[in-house]
Ligand binder design. Sequence first.
Ligand code: PTJ
Length: 243
Amino acid sequence: MIPPDHPRYRSLVTRERLARCAKEGVVAMEGLTAHGRGEAFDYLIGERTTPSALLAEQAAAAMLMSARHPVISVNGNTAALAAREITELQKACGALVEVNLFHRTEKRVAQIEDLLRHAGADVYSGAAERLLPLSHDRAWCRREGMFSADVILVPLEDGDRCEALVSMGKRVIAIDLNPLSRTAQRATLTVVDELTRALPEISRACRELPAADRNRLLSTVDNHYLLSEAIREMTVRLSHAMD
Ligand code: PTJ
């Protein structure tokens, strides 16, 4: 039992949840190490939404709201951490929710879809085909889902698939705490923020941002600038820690 007055209460409860989900099979064992890497980068941005992350979240909302066929791709970590927030975002932007896994088994796909449905999401789950230009199992997706999407939100992504989706002409929004990752560098737009902080901000912007602001963001926000700002914010924080 983790005492609520523990200074790292939230982090410990999250780890406990991920460990339980890993035992149940929802989270891949490898997902636990991915989470640890994320936590390390979250320290570097001060475990808060930075100004550049907020700008990226608003631009992500603008991309989703202007899309013809937006899709939110969900993996094990995302479902375990943020099934409710995914549901809220689906309601705010009307995107299709589709499960796509690196460590893919039919059993895990079904477990994750159940977890999302339990949280209220409307999950798209027709027959999957090997449609993406990838040699691993993230190639499996639905023809009318991810394969036909023009904008795809990919939280905690793998760099290869991000690159494949961009090469197919899709606009890819990544949520990744590591601004140096291949995913962050290859995405059309990267939100360098923790998933459970990022998703509610994107939903809020979908609901509240006026159309004129969305259009301005679409024509001005540039991923290179967002990533440079994220790295600069980390560097400033590190230099303050040495004072
Ligand atoms: O469920 P599966 O089978 O599809 O597997 C999912 C994992 C996460 C194992 C797979 O996608 C993977 O190996 O991911 P990577 O390549 O380790 O990338 C995960 C990225 O997400 C890393 O750059 C982490 O820094 C980042 N990250 C981890 N936790 C969070 C995060 N970013 C935002 N919020 C988090 N909570």
